[in-house]
Design a protein around this ligand. Structure first.
Ligand code: ATP
Ligand code: MG
Length: 302
């Protein structure tokens, strides 16, 4: 077994450790944002090399996914600001053929989007078969930011009698049903919560303020959201418990060390693709005949 294959297998074990397989027992406060599985300095030094091995492997799997054109993959990223969503997406998907990958970032909804049901705008952006679709934020904002700021729910113009205390439980139920529907249609879903600590977020915000090259990333609104940290954590906690399912599991990825976050996400995506029966389409008798004829015509021609 090659060194890189071994590294990938080891990385897969990291990923399994952060997958929420027993949602009933999940408590966010028990999950350490600093965790690096005691890999320490040595692994950190080799992180780039390990990640590259993962990215190469991922690229090879994605080529088959694309050629086979049966399965589709949806990767959902949720996190507090500055947890590293953008960097993780950039690094993990860096080896992938851009034609086989679609990234969508979901911001505050437009007037048109608010005129529809809450899954409408993301539904329009689902990946096609053969592709990897990435949601940078997603319909999960509907049980996160919208829950933390009830005025956002008001803006959604739901008939008042439909908005009861059960609204969040109903949304979890609808999301689970929707994801099961997608899974039954051949769309593999993996969801990542990048778990950054409040302290580390502060450090990263300060860096954005101090480093001119990072100034553009700083937003006062993001800093103000820190004031709602406890509410967000409660919303994440409940959401992960309610929506981790075998067909669409959440991964709670430690995000205080970017090198580790990227390794875990890469490994989880590799795992998901490895579970599929990916293979290049077989060339049948007719097609072989066609290829032979084409070769003959090409070599005979000028
Ligand atoms: P970055 O800050 O790295 O550029 P971002 O994903 O934080 O990326 P922003 O434009 O800063 O992008 O933020 C998007 C904002 O839109 C977030 O605060 C998010 O909570 C909010 N948002 C996303 N979906 C909804 C929704 N359905 N309802 C209300 N707000 C939403
Ligand atoms: Mg932001």
């Amino acid at each position: 077994m090659g060194a890189s294959k071994k590294a990938i297998e080891r990385a897969s074990k990291f990923a399994a450790r952060y997958r929420i397989d027993k949602p009933g027992k999940f408590r966010l406060k028990e999950w350490d944002a600093d965790d690096t599985m005691d890999l320490g300095k040595e692994a950190k030094g080799r992180a780039a090399e390990l990640l590259q091995a993962g990215v190469d492997h991922l690229a090879a799997l994605q080529e088959k996914l694309y050629a086979q054109d049966r399965w589709g993959v949806l990767l959902v990223f949720q996190a507090m600001d500055a947890a590293g969503k953008d960097g993780t997406i950039k690094h993990v998907m860096s080896g992938i053929n851009p034609q086989g990958c679609q990234v969508h970032s979901f911001k505050s909804p437009s007037a048109e989007e608010l005129d529809h049901d809450f899954l409408w705008r993301t539904n329009c952006r689902l990946p096609e078969r053969g592709r990897i679709g990435i949601f940078n934020r997603s319909y999960y904002e509907e049980v996160l930011v919208v829950r933390v700021h009830p005025e956002f729910l008001e803006r959604q113009k739901l008939p008042p009698k439909l908005v009861t205390k059960k609204v969040w439980d109903e949304r979890y139920e609808d999301i689970n049903a929707y994801e099961r529907y997608l899974a039954r249609n051949g769309f593999v879903i993996r969801k990542f919560f990048l778990n950054v600590s409040k302290e580390e977020q502060k450090k990263r915000f300060l860096e954005r303020l101090e480093n001119p090259a990072k100034n553009w990333k700083f937003s006062l609104a993001d800093a103000q959201e820190r004031g709602f940290w406890t509410d967000y954590m409660a919303a994440y906690d409940e959401m992960i418990r309610a929506t981790s399912t075998p067909h669409a599991p959440w991964y709670v990825v430690p995000a205080n060390n970017k090198w580790f976050t990227r390794l875990v996400v890469a490994a989880a995506v590799i795992d998901a693709l490895e579970e599929l029966d990916l293979a290049f389409p077989k060339v049948d008798e007719d097609k072989r005949g066609e290829l032979a004829a084409a070769r003959k015509a090409l070599t005979a021609g000028k």
